[in-house]
Design a protein around this ligand. Structure first.
Ligand code: IPM
Ligand code: MG
Length: 369
């Protein structure tokens, strides 16, 4: 790989800066030992940006995000900004990055490491060897649908959001689902509420059409979202790729995350479409967990989801599967060695800090290099 890829790092709020620091340790290691260096630029997002500039992301940062080869984000939000107007709240920065970069495909893999089987609240036999991929549509649906707002009609106040999907929006996320499944176990479960929602009926129709149109080598099934939530805790290994809309994907991915033992373990990738002129595919990588303000600054947070997000960055933005595999193996080795941050602590294991965990991953990478 050429040595001048630009990485925009947005640590954000709460534990964001701490966990991102540990991922940077791995970025630096890659530069030293694997001889590809990233030009790393850091900037503000979320509440940190609001405090400095009065908005959750600035236009200048958006330009940097658009021109970077990839973005790595920590987490945004916290009670400090609870009373800020909705369009300036920390979450608005994240949503603008997703929307303006058109990062419509959000990959949230839920993998259970053998060493963490006892951290899951589910029985070991239910989660052993689990490897599923939740694909969440990220730039449409009720998160962005119009009209929305709080308004008065005939003297009664209403709160209102709109769930809306266009045919191309469903089609393109389905294509990503089939492509992902093709490299995995060739099964896609498309999730909606076609029993209740018009948008669900439409989603199912377009999903079926996309399947018939060149994807019949993949098995497609449909499931209602409530049933999917239940099946995820009952028998998660029945799934390979789950594809769903923005809101159901938000909820189901938190649920799938807990199968793995901790929200602190789950990475994610948000990917857009290739620019026909530059050939560039915009992408942002972030842990699924939030900013955990209660433990911010205490060196207690689990940095593994962010480190694994950097591994996804190498895999999906730069096609560096070998290097990504090395990081995944190093993380697995650290867990096998019994090192645990408090969120995944178990009997007989050694409790380590955020920084110790990052250093331990680097030490394992040294052994693998
Ligand atoms: C997520 C988060 C975000 C979302 C919040 C922070 C806006 O929960 O990435 O899952 O709802 O999409
Ligand atoms: Mg969420």
């Amino acid at each position: 790989m050429s040595s001048n890829k630009n990485l925009l790092v947005l640590p954000g709020d709460g534990i964001g800066p701490e966990v991102v620091n540990e991922a940077i340790r791995i970025v630096d290691w890659m530069g030293e030992k694997r001889h590809f260096k990233f030009n790393v630029e850091q900037d503000l997002v979320g509440g940190a940006c609001y405090d400095a500039h009065g908005s959750a992301v600035t236009d200048a940062t958006m330009e940097k995000a658009k021109s970077a080869d990839a973005v790595l984000l920590g987490a945004v939000g916290g009670p400090k900004w609870d009373n800020v107007a909705r369009d300036a709240r920390p979450e608005a920065g994240l949503l603008r990055l997703r929307k303006d970069l058109d990062l419509f495909a959000n990959l949230r893999p839920a993998i259970v490491f053998d060493a963490l089987i006892d951290s899951s609240t589910l029985k070991p036999e239910v989660v052993k060897g689990l490897d599923i991929m939740i694909l969440r549509e990220l730039t449409a649906g009720v998160y962005f649908g119009q009209p929305r707002g709080i308004e008065e009609r005939d003297g009664v106040r209403y709160g209102l959001d709109t769930q809306i999907y266009s045919e191309p929006e469903i089609e393109r996320i389905m294509e990503v689902a089939f492509d992902l499944a093709r490299k995995r176990n060739k099964k896609v479960t498309s999730v909606e509420k076609a029993n209740v929602m018009e948008s669900g009926v439409f989603w199912r129709e377009i999903a079926t059409k996309a399947h018939k149109n060149g994807n019949t080598d993949i098995e497609l099934s449909h499931m209602y979202a409530d049933n999917c939530a239940m099946q995820l805790v009952r028998w998660p290994s029945q799934f390979d790729v789950i594809v769903t809309d923005n809101l159901f994907g938000d909820i189901l991915s938190d649920c799938a995350a807990m199968l793995t033992g901790s929200l602190g373990m789950l990475p994610s990738a948000s990917i857009g479409s290739r620019d026909p002129e530059t050939g560039k595919v915009p992408a942002m990588y972030e842990p699924v967990h939030g900013s955990a303000p209660d433990i911010a600054g205490l060196n207690k947070a689990n940095p593994l989801a962010t480190i694994l997000s950097f591994s996804m960055l190498l895999r999906y933005s730069f096609d560096l599967a070998e290097d990504a595999d090395m990081i995944d193996k190093a993380v697995e080795a650290v867990l096998n060695n019994g090192l645990r941050t408090p969120d995944i602590m178990a009997d007989g294991c050694r409790s380590v800090s955020t920084a110790e965990m990052g250093k331990a991953v680097v030490a394992e990478l040294d052994k693998l290099a």
